[in-house]
Write a protein that binds this ligand. Sequence first.
Ligand SMILES: Nc1ncnc2c1ncn2[C@@H]1O[C@H](COP(=O)(O)OP(=O)(O)OP(=O)(O)O)[C@@H](O)[C@H]1O
Ligand SMILES: [Mg+2]
Length: 492
Amino acid sequence: MKILEATGITKVFPGVVALDSVDVSFEPGQIHCIIGENGAGKSTLIKCLTGVYTPEQGEVRINGQDALKQKELFDKVAYVPQEIDLFAHMSVAENLFIPYEKSGFKGMVNQRALEKAAVPVLERFSIPVRPDDLVKDISVSSQQLLQIARAIMHENYDVLMLDEPTTSLTTKDTQILFDIIQNIRKQNKAVIFISHKLEEIFALGDVITVFRNGAKVAYSEIKDVDIPWVIRQMTGKDVDQNQVYYSNKVTDEVLLEVDNLTGERFTDVSFKLKRGEILGFSGLVGAGRSELMQAIFGYLPAYKGSVKLDGENWKLGDPTFSVQHGFIYLPEERKKQGILPVLSIRENISMAVLDDMKGPLGISGRKEEELAQKVISTYDVKTPDADKEIQFLSGGNQQKVIIGRAMCCNPKVMVFDEPTKGIDVGTKAEIYRLMKELAEEKGIGIILISSEMDEVRKCSNRIIALYEGRKVGEFDSSSDKEEILSAIIGVA
Ligand SMILES: Nc1ncnc2c1ncn2[C@@H]1O[C@H](COP(=O)(O)OP(=O)(O)OP(=O)(O)O)[C@@H](O)[C@H]1O
Ligand SMILES: [Mg+2]
């Protein structure tokens, strides 16, 4: 028996066929993984199967009935979207129960009753926050888990769809989620799980469907396939998972010198970065890596210590100065700090170099367009044109626009903060190659912050480990994984 069956689903956006006559079906008691490159159509499919989008063509049957005709059938589908979609300025309890009528809170809403009802939910999902905490003050990992809890706490669903639920989860929270998902399978519900993390798919899944360019290209039971098979189906080629990407042109010249820098979340950190070098920063979420780089960039204060770039004393606390003098920080939270989502690709690129865009009559549209086309072709951004709102590009393509934009500012040092979060394996390799090329060919000093140990080891010439805001170790690219792991969990 199929709980949900979709046939011939076609969904078109201006300039792209996001889904091209797709057939999929889901069975009870099964975890069905969906994988595919950025922009392959995974989220669009899920949105067609949850009633968010109405496809141009095709049929969606839930428990044998036509859901496009009877929309209430979609109530049987619980859905956790890819983006965190909570009210940041409202409390944890309010976020759990909105809309109140649907959660059984009628009439005047009593805060205390809401908070009381939230306690068992928070316990069940092991979310370490209080019902009256504001969502904006809790960790991103807790926010993601809260959003999942909200979708499934009511139990009256038959199908659960999770669109990249682990991108912001810590390792510990990922394990909590996996236990919950395995329980849901035992209750004979169907689970659809989208992820770019291959090891998660092999740890959790029963069956896998692969998408490429809006079409379903493969389906199999997980036990019959391996990682190289999945990569081949996804990308149409082999991607060597063991390839290394560190720079082969590290010079002796010190580009960036940080001396005993101390801020709110980091203490007495010193390090040197050479021209042409890729320097990795390893650590747990909250170890202070982003805060350290943001302080050098000027977003956050530094209380003590000094920084030199290219032999000159560095001015702290002024991001504009940093960009103008070649220190670029590419943030982890692309949507919040990196881009203006509702502006076009062209505007997102030109805003970094507005002074160069001036013509006799203000900002020159022609110059903007030329620059945007150059970035699109150099970095192989997949888009119909430069007018597309950047929010509608897939994650990997947004990342390429941001890197291309940074290159327009002639950087000397670039900090990549979790650059491959939510990015498919093929595009990941492209981003590693890009970093290597920038270091080797342009002599840029690259700092790579990443929570993926394999990523740091593959790409870095040296690795610095931070633990609770302090530097606890420095390793070279041949150091073994266990040694670095011990350092970042504070037992070295
Ligand atoms: N609302 C929209 N308007 C215009 N184009 C869109 C919209 N949503 C998605 N697209 C386009 O449709 C295609 C499929 O996008 P989708 O978000 O489904 O990909 P995905 O497989 O989920 O990718 P990712 O792994 O990056 O999340 C892409 O080319 C994307 O740019
Ligand atoms: Mg998606």
